[in-house]
Design a protein around this ligand. Structure first.
Ligand SMILES: Nc1ncnc2c1ncn2[C@@H]1O[C@H](COP(=O)(O)OP(=O)(O)OP(=O)(O)O)[C@@H](O)[C@H]1O
Length: 348
């Protein structure tokens, strides 16, 4: 699989050129209105560009010079939106079976395939339920299975976790991480964790243009755009898995959500969490099942509307009143707390 695309959509200020290589997941990041969804719509064939050309392997998806235009269903692309859009009258199993059924597989074979896909997204037990009996996260897992069951050459995901309850996002991210591994996909997201955990490459868009692109680690380590800089600075704790948590060489033990099939005891792993998920205290917080670390404030720096508190290993974003209230100055001894549900652990 390889996608080459150049497109302009004047009414939306979009002017881009992208390449996606086979087996790679590309994350598209950028502020609101930067053109991420527009770009995805152009690839999927929902929106016609004013000018441009795109090829997916040997198929020309569109070419405005020659007037070529492939309709969405003939593109070999599968689109997963924020809203799962399941057929309300069909069970989860039949929703997923719909894809192979519509390409000619028998009813029995389609259901067999559907079961396999449901299993891959941890939704086996949901097979018989109608969409009205599914939670948002469950419905989205079924929608992922349905999109995959169509075996698209390129999977397009438009903020697939944006509509989900925040508590189910980490588990959904693990499911996506599993199903996207080695698959050709483009994922639009607001969340840098998605880029870090799901994507090989990152494209950063601003005002309809690509302002940065490259391997995820490079872009996030050395961001050159304003947006890139804003999303950098995630907390990363590297170490070895110990009882489902990550033990760093300096002794921190960071508990988090993890997929037991990929994160195994004793193996190298990384725990990732956003500075926004870290709370700062002067007294050791008690009574909640959280990660609590003693630390010393090294530096304070403005970060958007907040203040980033840097300690030796972990940074936290807090509001200015919190800085004043806790009297946070370099040298202050603090406790940093982060819920395990806000931490994603994955193999290093
Ligand atoms: N249906 C539409 N009709 C006209 N203009 C639109 C439409 N949808 C989006 N736009 C405009 O096109 C530009 C790109 O929007 P787009 O939705 O692609 O951005 P985005 O990066 O996906 O934003 P978000 O992160 O808010 O989803 C914006 O200026 C937006 O106002």
């Amino acid at each position: 699989m390889s996608l080459h695309l150049t497109a302009t959509v004047a009414a939306r200020g979009l002017d881009v050129s992208i390449d996606v290589q086979g087996g790679h997941t590309v994350a598209i990041l950028g502020p609101n209105g930067s053109g991420k969804s527009t770009l995805l719509a152009v690839i999927a064939g929902i929106l016609r560009p004013d000018a441009g050309r795109a090829t997916l392997d040997d198929a020309t998806l569109f070419d405005t010079a020659s007037g070529t235009w492939l309709p969405p269903h003939a593109r070999g692309t599968g689109l997963l939106a924020q809203d799962p859009l399941l057929f309300p009258h069909l069970s989860a199993l039949d929703n997923v079976a719909f894809a192979p059924r519509s390409t000619g597989a028998s009813r029995a074979r389609s259901r067999e395939l559907a079961r396999t896909w449901l299993e891959r997204v941890d939704a086996t037990e949901l097979a018989g339920r109608k969409p009205s009996a599914l939670s948002g996260g469950q419905a989205q897992r079924v929608a992922i299975a349905r999109a995959l069951a169509a075996e698209p050459r390129l999977l397009l995901l438009d903020e697939p976790m944006a509509a989900l309850d925040i508590t189910v996002v980490p588990a959904m991210r693990q499911v996506l991480r599993r199903v996207l591994a080695g698959r050709s996909a483009v994922i639009v997201t607001h969340d840098v964790l998605d880029a870090l955990l799901l994507a090989d490459h990152v494209i950063v868009m601003e005002s309809g243009r690509i302002v940065e692109q490259g391997p995820t680690k490079d872009v996030l380590a050395r961001p050159r755009s304003t947006f890139g800089a804003g999303i950098a600075g995630l907390n990363l704790a590297r170490g070895l898995v110990e009882g489902g948590a990550v033990r760093t060489p300096s002794g921190l033990l960071v508990a988090g959500l993890h997929d037991e099939s990929t994160v195994t005891e004793g193996a190298a792993a990384v725990a990732v969490f956003s500075p926004g998920a870290v709370s700062v205290h002067r007294e050791r917080p008690t009574g909640s099942p959280r990660n609590v670390f003693a630390a010393v404030v090294r530096e304070l720096e403005p970060h958007g509307s907040q203040v980033r508190v840097q300690t030796d290993q972990i940074s936290a974003d807090v509001t200015a009143p919190v800085v004043a209230e806790l009297d946070l100055l370099p040298g202050a001894e603090v406790f940093l707390a982060v819920k395990a549900s806000e931490v994603a652990i994955y193999p290093a």
